[in-house]
Design a protein around this ligand. Structure first.
Ligand SMILES: [Zn+2]
Length: 376
């Protein structure tokens, strides 16, 4: 399973440039100038009001001719085809993604279809999508469809922490849910080729560890700063962990059970309103159970998740009455051929994954009882 082609090369890949700071959008022309001057800008109507107008102002002032395209909301093949046709019609010379994970994944695929470069300007720190050379595509109904891979990573990732500090804190928390999986997954798939097709390097392991260290150290503080819309060193550190470290860490380190279980969970309709990282957080508890970690370690992760209001049991996920048949279906999908769960360095099957999902819910509930945790 983990390495059928017996790959021996180590491989690390990353975006060409990553920039992060307060009011960074105001300097967009300086960083995007090398990509072209007639970009196709993908963003939805909500993001347009939050940051779109400012970005276009900054670029237009420097002579860019920006074509705005309204993103429909789902990273689906249909939406990508529609936007690619628009880019062709407008002769766009590069693509900008302004928004969250689905906008970003759509823009990366549109740029790949057009054979153009792409700049990512995330308006939330909610996923590890901005830095990677892959997109997760969904069906128009919202169910997981497939991963698509590109020859190169985004050319520029520009993160404006002032914009991110104004986003609802739930997005930052979801990004932490996605980022907390990075080290948990990467440390268990050292012998499997990563998303670039090579074995993980020392640096990808170090990135995963640093990512986790930042979350435990600053996660709660950054979450509270976000509630106050304040850009602080803790918030900057967590934005970097969620966006750069999590992105580099998963791509060159590898994903395993947490993301595979997340993908399976997208088949439960009641979970469609949850963010990617919220489901990945629960998937991380499932993987820790599968990994057989000691209770003290499991508690540490659950405690962290609760501190930033991430779901740790079925009730918090909003599926208190979920049936065993549904959970078995999640386990089956998590164990589908080609899923990242097969990167794990040991034998796995549907029964083990089904059991881990049930036990993760029980562990989350048990910790809430023992610790007397209450939502504040
Ligand atoms: Zn993810």
């Amino acid at each position: 399973m983990p390495n059928p082609n017996k790959v021996t090369e180590r491989l690390f890949q990353s975006p060409s440039k990553y920039i992060q700071g307060p009011y960074a959008i105001q300097n967009a022309a300086k960083y995007l100038g090398k990509l072209g001057n007639a970009p196709l800008l993908l963003c939805d109507d909500i993001v347009w009001k939050i940051a779109g107008e400012d970005l276009v102002k900054a670029l237009s002032g420097a002579g860019f001719k920006v074509q705005r395209a309204v993103f429909g909301g789902e990273a689906s093949r249909e939406e990508i085809d529609r936007l690619s046709a628009l880019g062709r019609k407008e002769s766009s010379d590069f693509v900008i993604a302004l928004g969250g994970g689905k906008t970003i994944d759509t823009a990366k695929t549109v740029a790949d279809d057009l054979g153009k470069q792409v700049a990512i300007v995330p308006t939330t720190a909610s996923t590890d999508a901005p830095c990677s050379a892959l997109s997760v595509l969904y069906r128009p109904s919202g169910e997981f469809h497939c991963y698509t891979f590109f020859d190169k990573n985004p050319n520029v990732v520009l993160v404006d922490t002032t914009v991110i500090s104004k986003a609802p804190p739930r997005f930052l928390a979801a990004g932490m849910g996605d980022a907390i999986a990075t080290n948990v997954e990467a440390r268990r798939c050292l012998n499997s080729p990563n998303f670039g097709g090579g074995l993980p390097t020392e640096v990808s392991a170090a990135i995963g560890q640093k990512c986790e260290e930042i979350l435990f150290k600053y996660g709660k503080q950054a979450y509270e700063a976000n509630k106050a819309h304040a850009v602080t060193p803790a918030l900057e550190a967590v934005v970097e962990a969620n966006t750069l470290l999590s992105g580099l860490g998963f791509e060159s380190g590898g994903l395993a059970a947490a993301h595979a279980i997340h993908n399976g969970m997208t088949a439960i309709e009641e979970l469609h309103s949850l963010l990617h990282g919220e489901k990945v957080a629960f998937g991380t508890i499932c993987q820790l159970v599968l990994d057989g970690v000691p209770t003290s370690e499991l508690d540490r992760y659950i405690d962290f998740m609760l501190s930033v209001d991430l779901p740790v049991n079925f009730e918090q996920l909003g599926i208190p009455k979920v049936k065993d048949e549904e959970l078995r279906r999640v386990a089956e999908l998590a164990c589908a051929e080609g899923e990242t769960i097969w990167n794990l360095d040991r034998v796995i099957n549907v029964d083990l994954v089904f059991g881990a999902i049930k036990a993760a819910d029980a562990a989350g509930s048990d910790y809430i009882r023992r610790s007397g945790w209450k939502r504040t």
